[in-house]
Design a protein around this ligand. Structure first.
Ligand code: URA
Length: 236
């Protein structure tokens, strides 16, 4: 059971002080009855809470897919640069949103934004082997030896040993590869290719687990994920 005013404010559309005013004005109902006091307790999963007759569709957590453009940083706030959180539209905003895994400023593609710390931990922990898929544009083509080294686990220039990863060539007019990794180390894909004497020129994340980036999302656009899509992220 939680305080009614807290339940309403947790959904992101109204501040705690707005909720207080709405209640005072008699615009909030709990299970069909107007409430006078925000400190009344309710079960957020079961209670039917309405504001001006519109039922609040309570969600404990929210999961958002962003197609990140270049020049936006994977942080919650920054004094000088736009962040991925700045791109979340008002109707999806709530307190506690953060990117579950970071992309570099110049990397584009799939960023998952949520307020669910347990989910983020599960999908990011290398122990759970949830693969993140990237398309890298490279300075030179992959060799069979490169593919083998990815499979065995690359040793980075600073001696760090990487877990096994997968790389496959992608045909095109420029050298490209698809890379699948389950770790989230800083600049990892760029450092893996650097260890092979290659260079990543462009990097895009296209998939998390089995969920592909929705390519109908324009650069900088977000949308909420469905329950089925969340299952795909955790599916191996
Ligand atoms: N690896 C990188 O080098 N950069 C990213 O943004 C993600 C993975």
């Amino acid at each position: 059971m939680e305080r009614l005013d807290k339940i309403i404010a947790s959904q992101g559309q109204h501040s705690r002080s707005d909720v207080k005013k709405l209640i005072k004005q008699g615009r909030v109902t709990l299970d069909g009855t107007a409430v006078k006091n925000g400190d009344i307790k309710a079960d957020p999963q079961k209670a039917v809470i309405a504001i001006d007759g519109r039922v609040l569709g309570y969600k404990k957590h929210i999961y958002i897919m962003l197609n990140k453009p270049k020049g936006v940083i994977s942080a919650t706030q920054d004094p000088t640069q736009p962040t991925v959180i700045d791109l979340v539209p008002g109707e999806l905003r709530r307190e506690g949103l953060f990117p579950a895994g970071r992309l570099d400023g110049d990397t584009t593609g799939f960023v998952l934004i949520t307020d669910d710390g347990d989910f983020a931990h599960r999908i990011l922990s290398p122990k759970n082997h949830i693969m993140k898929t990237y398309i890298a544009t490279l300075q030179r083509e992959l060799t069979p030896e490169d593919i083998d080294r990815f499979k065995k686990g690359i040793e980075l220039k600073d001696g760090t040993l990487c877990l096994e990863a997968e790389v496959t060539p992608v045909s095109g007019t420029v050298p490209m590869a698809q890379v699948k990794i389950c770790e989230g180390k800083y600049h990892l894909v760029k450092r893996m290719f650097a260890a092979l004497g290659n260079k990543v020129l462009e990097l895009r994340r296209t998939k998390m687990g089995e969920l592909c980036l929705d390519e109908t999302l324009g650069e900088g656009q977000c949308r909420e994920l469905s329950a089925q899509e969340l299952i795909l992220i955790e599916k191996k």
